[in-house]
Design a binder for this molecule. Structure first.
Ligand SMILES: Nc1ncnc2c1ncn2[C@@H]1O[C@H](COP(=O)(O)OP(=O)(O)OP(=O)(O)O)[C@@H](O)[C@H]1O
Length: 212
């Protein structure tokens, strides 16, 4: 994947409160290609922070502070225009689409070489020839790799990940960590990783923020 973004993600003095009590305060700059890890006990606000950045914070919370991607003020944009890609615990593949349909989901309709892009993407993650497969027939690790390539082909400008490896067994977890982090680095994307696992944070190799 070629570098497509050289802009930093700036979390400018974000404060989020719930029923009048401060839940979290974060101030950080994430460089292109860096993965910042957010850790903290259950309920400390990790997923809430991601929701604020991505643009779907529940109105039960009050929040202040800026989110900037380069010079762009993301808080002034609706969620779908923020250029943020999301990776969750579950790969959330569309069951009615083939592997190819899933991977090219985020590609603009008018792109001509869609098929070639999908073929290249699948080859990169060891899934050559999987285009026509039904996602239901894939293993957990294969589904995770399809979800990763779907994310990258949609050309996000920043990536948020909420416990993306927590459902994988130990061996697969290590493999997916290095795959995800190397792809993000190669693409020059700033990324934020929520995890309970210190090994994830070590492998990410960037700044670590502890909430709570
Ligand atoms: N829609 C909501 N309305 C009111 N309170 C909420 C809502 N969503 C979450 N909360 C509360 O906000 C706090 C932070 O929740 P959040 O899900 O961000 O925590 P977390 O650190 O991601 O937890 P976990 O590690 O368990 O996923 C919790 O106390 C939770 O109960």
């Amino acid at each position: 994947m070629n570098a497509c973004c050289t802009e930093r993600l700036w979390l400018d003095q974000i404060q989020i409160a719930l029923t009048g009590r401060e839940l979290l305060a974060v101030d950080a700059t994430i460089a292109p290609g860096e993965v910042l890890t957010v850790m903290g006990p259950s309920g400390s606000g990790k997923s809430t922070l991601l929701a604020y950045i991505a643009g779907f914070l529940d109105p039960a919370f009050t929040a202040s502070g800026g989110v900037w991607l380069g010079e762009r003020d993301l808080l002034n944009l609706p969620a779908e225009e923020r250029g943020i890609g999301l990776l969750f615990q579950d790969p959330l593949l569309f069951p009615h689409l083939s592997v190819e349909g899933n991977v090219c989901f985020g590609l603009p309709r008018r792109i001509k070489n869609k098929r070639q892009q999908v073929t290249n993407a699948l080859e990169q993650v060891g899934l050559a020839g999987f285009e026509e497969r039904d996602p239901a027939t894939l293993s957990g690790g294969q589904k995770a790799r399809v979800a990763l390539m779907r994310l990258l082909l949609s050309k996000p400008q920043a990536v948020l990940m909420d416990e993306p490896f927590s459902k994988l067994d130990t061996a697969l977890r290590q493999e997916m960590r290095s795959l995800v982090f190397s792809q993000l680095r190669d693409a020059g994307l700033p990324a934020l990783l929520v995890t309970h696992d210190h090994a994830d944070a070590n492998a990410a190799g960037g700044q670590v923020i502890a909430l709570g």
